[in-house]
Design a protein around this ligand. Sequence first.
Ligand code: B12
Ligand code: SF4
Length: 496
Amino acid sequence: MSKKVLLIGFYNEKALGVKYLANSLKRNNYEVHILFFKKFNSVNPKKATKEELDLLKKLIEDIKPSFIGMSVMSSLYLETVYQVNKCIRDTTDSKIIWGGVYPTLFPKESLKYADYVIRGEGENALTELVDNIEKKEDIKNIQNLAYTDENDVIINDVRPLVHDLDILGYPHIDDVPTYFIENNNLLSKDPQLNALTYELTCSRGCPFTCSYCSSINLKRLYAKKGTYVRFRSVDSIIAELREAKSKMTHLKVIHFWDEIFNDNEEWISEFSRRYKSEIGLPFNIWGHPLKIKENVIKHLVSAGLNQIVVGIQSGSFNIRKNVFNRPETQEEIINSSKILVKHKVPVIIYDFMLQHPFESLDDLKETFELCTKLEKPFKLQLHGLNFLPGTDIVDMAVEAGHLTKQELNNIMYSSIQDQYDMYWGPAAMNIMNKNQIWIALIYLTQFKKLGGITNRLRNKAENGKGNKTILMTYKSMKKYARMMNLAHKVKLAIKG
Ligand code: B12
Ligand code: SF4
């Protein structure tokens, strides 16, 4: 009988990492079960309830897995990961393996909870580990593995990156027994089946090195271990999407979660042609001002590009260059906005991280100025800065004397809700009240229909006047934007 492995993903009912691992274990004759523990929620995420942990306990008792793999993709919900880890320990002797970005960067801390940690890409390393344990063979030399030997933590080097991503196959829908625990309920079905969107990636790795992002840490980990940014073949992507289309009766939109969508013109040309004729659904991507090229955008729009989210993060060149490690100039950003509008990308969203300790009032004013120069139409996504453990910006904040290590740890390891609040919620908008007027003004730049009003309000703000009007206009436009978003979603659903 083949051995059983239970894989758990957190706050992400479509976790790609977990699905790739399931593929690899299944290919090696393991009986794989997937549990999505709670769904993605950027507004009001809650830690696990007692009922949810009881459901998990019962599930483990029913499945009786030999190994439980926990996918700790981000540090944001460690609170729940610890709860789940304890519940597993109280229920079974199954070996616990942690993988994902957090354990990759913090293997020693993770080994306080897990029996084993797999750093980096997990497909081959996880299979090798469970195989060796099953066959009672030595595990000491397994690349990517971190483990405890007596009282020592041993951290092995990582193996080279998988060069040809196609050999990993692609995630399948409802392919292995899948469970979903949310709102004190257990659903024994892949939540993907009834979803409106299908999510996938065409690549691994990001060419950039922003100081607030874990990508730079992963890149360093893999130095001299092969090309960091790799792309799948168009054939493999189309095959995955064809399967999604045939299995998902409500499918309306495709989400490509590549950190930055491919800009290789030859690849784009083949992808666009085949996507249009064989898939034909609207799709969304993430982009970067330095990767927006006319020829690429033109092809993508003709294939069905519906939405692009472009990270600008700050309108201040100084903040971008000297704090965020983003070299793009104001001109390059403005030019990229012109290309997106020229080729009529239906929804263009710019992402900004505001209200952090490095930012002065002048930086916010520069952000306002840049936004007024971006080609309309566009939408803005304004949020705070999440300090992520291990990223360069954490040390920079300490060196600059903005926060102490202890203060940063308190922020980075606070409750799930507090961390989300810093990023999306009221804390992101209220940290420095004196700057709120400028955040409101920045928000208003996206509305063409306000015409010259925004600039007039800005002139008032410069003279310390008009605060009440600015905040009132901000609130009404926020309501208006919410309504328009809803209408757009309904339209898309009907069209689809
Ligand atoms: C796509 C993506 C998302 C998508 C996910 C969509 C989906 N369907 O999965 C969305 C937009 C929902 C998302 C949300 C968030 N994300 Co995100 N996301 C990514 C991104 C760009 C790629 C992740 C991915 O799918 N990669 C492809 C898969 C195949 O790789 P993988 O998940 O890493 O899994 C592999 C290995 O890690 C390992 N592995 C993973 N799990 C396990 C488990 C075991 C047992 C083993 C052995 C191995 C293993 O093996 C896998 C296969 O090789 C990463 C960046 C990155 N380079 O990782 C950020 C990243 C993971 N996200 C990040 C963050 C912060 C978030 C949010 C908190 C953002 C927010 N403030 O709302 C949320 C949290 C959501 C959550 N529940 O985790 C951070 C996490 C950093 C940290 N230290 O916390 C990252 C690293 C980006 C960054 N800014 O640095 N994200
Ligand atoms: S472009 Fe995005 S994914 Fe790439 S390093 Fe910067 S923030 Fe991270």
